[in-house]
Design a protein. Sequence first.
Length: 291
Amino acid sequence: MTYTSDCCETSPTAGPIHGVGIGLRSQHYRYILANKPSTPWLEALTDNYMGDGGQPLGYLEQIRSLYPITFHGVGMSLGSPGAVNKAYLRRLKERIRQFEPVWVSDHTSWSACHRHNSNELLPLPYTEEGISHMAGKIAEAQDFLGERLLIENVSCYVEFRDSQMPEWEFINGIADEADCHILLDINNIYVNAFNNDCQADDFIQGISPERIREIHLAGYEDRKTHLLDTHGQEVHQPVWDLYLRAVERLGPIPTLIEWDTDVPEYPILQQQAGIAEGIISMSSKSHAHAA
Ligand SMILES: [Fe+2]
């Protein structure tokens, strides 16, 4: 099946995107509109724009007229039991039609079960059953939306006794079975490797490069006994180092700076984006030299 997002990668109005984008936060609406910073693309948190009318939608319309955007959501709960949430997808489809995002992404997690909702992106055990379940829901959502989705690896603080495979095999399996793309969060890989005592580089080496369309970078909080994925600080040096090794293996994948708590002034985010741009260009120069 051909999805709209496959076409968007060559559409002059919706993409393609390159380089290092920044997560769009309400604190920066006015700064962006007044200063039109040279950020190549912005990522909107889909769930902030699902209501009818209001200021966020008005700002997003103005910003969308200036920048390509991607949609990044937390509301699909693709690992939950039962079918996909059609009411949520119907609203999302309206927003996709309205804003023509280059890509639409969500997570390999669950947040809702029966009538209970968690604000967290909860992981699943890495099992064949989990792959089939999540892939089925992603395929259903893709068919409903007419969009190929990107799915993101989430942060995880425990290991499940039932897991049958490493996380990258689980994600590769879902992406293959659902025929979707992957959004690789380098910070989450690092946090999980630290918390669960495994090797982050094994993930980078094991993930399917051909399916990755976007990378996320963010800051964690060091709680000494564990790392907490807060998106509230600058990207830490071990995550930059892992990002360099990822870019060396995967190439110059469009990358996003995510910052969600204690959001700083926009220029701080641009400075973080500049570091990522530097790493991408350092990696391509070393590739050119080797060739
Ligand atoms: Fe992320």
